[in-house]
Design a protein around this ligand. Structure first.
Ligand code: MG
Length: 270
């Protein structure tokens, strides 16, 4: 309403400049020279895609969120990285202190490989704000080492919507932006179903993910178009049927704690 009134009060030239700035700002958030996504609606990392509405999550009542009895603790309160290794198989070099793991050089991954699972993640981007867009608190949770749920400081930090916190990176923005302010602990609760392939190696069913960010649903049984890529679409290959949980090094300090995972099984198969 206020904006409308201001427009009426100003000259056409001011209006033109204003509109130009607004368009310019939108375009700078992302890309318009990338391929169209398979649904034909948006470019990959499209800066003009609508920003997800903001939702303020409820305060964390129990912190960290305790693991159920049948979960495997990947990061616990002991500074134990024995479940992890670097991508080349060498021991994990990221530093864990007082139950908190800080991102280091290179991607780390779990030694174990998984297919269908429930994963709980707690992360915090730095309270001291540095950088903007994709350069502020960027890391990521790579499911099977291939499908990224983005980690980013998305509190008052606009970027292309399919690259903000909790996005299925390069594919879908979160349904809403449920980010907490920088420095605060946040949660992802992820239910993931691995892709299925025919005996000949063709894709039978895509990977499917449900994600709650700080307890708020941001993806609801959404299929991935393929493994995560930057500025392009990658095809499925049979190698994406199983894999580790991996945490991305994007050059920004991000903290993780209390990661646990449970295998999700089929009905009537205890
Ligand atoms: Mg990332």
């Amino acid at each position: 309403m206020n904006i409308h009134r201001r427009h009426v009060a100003h000259t056409g030239i001011v209006l033109f400049v204003l509109a130009g700035n607004m368009l310019g700002q939108q375009a700078n958030l992302g890309y318009d020279d990338t391929p169209m996504q398979p649904n034909g609606r948006w470019h990959i990392h499209d800066g003009k895609r609508p920003q997800p509405p903001l939702v303020r999550p409820a305060p964390m009542k129990v912190s960290p969120v305790p693991a159920p009895a049948d979960a495997t603790q990947l990061l616990g309160d002991r500074d134990d990285l024995s479940a992890w290794q670097m991508m080349d198989g060498s021991p994990a070099t990221w530093v864990m202190k007082n139950g908190t793991l800080e991102t280091g050089k290179g991607v780390i991954r779990t030694r174990a490989e998984l297919a269908d699972f429930q994963l709980h993640v707690e992360f915090a981007t730095p309270s001291e704000i540095k950088g903007d867009g994709q350069g502020r608190g960027n890391s990521g949770v790579f499911l099977l080492g291939k499908f990224e749920i983005q980690v980013l400081d998305s509190h008052q930090n606009p970027t292309y919507p399919d690259g903000q916190a909790a996005a299925m990176y390069g594919q879908y923005p979160p349904l809403v932006n449920a980010s907490r302010p920088p420095g605060e602990w946040q949660t992802y609760d992820i239910v993931f179903t691995a892709p299925r392939f025919t005996p000949a190696g063709a894709l039978d069913k895509p990977a499917i993910v449900t994600v709650l960010h700080n307890g708020v649903v941001v993806h609801n049984a959404t299929p991935f178009w393929g493994p995560t890529a930057h500025r392009k679409i990658e095809p499925y290959t049979r190698e994406t049927a199983r894999g580790p949980i991996a945490l991305q090094d994007h050059g920004n300090p991000v903290r993780y704690r209390n990661l646990w995972v449970r295998a999700v099984k089929e009905y009537d198969k205890p």
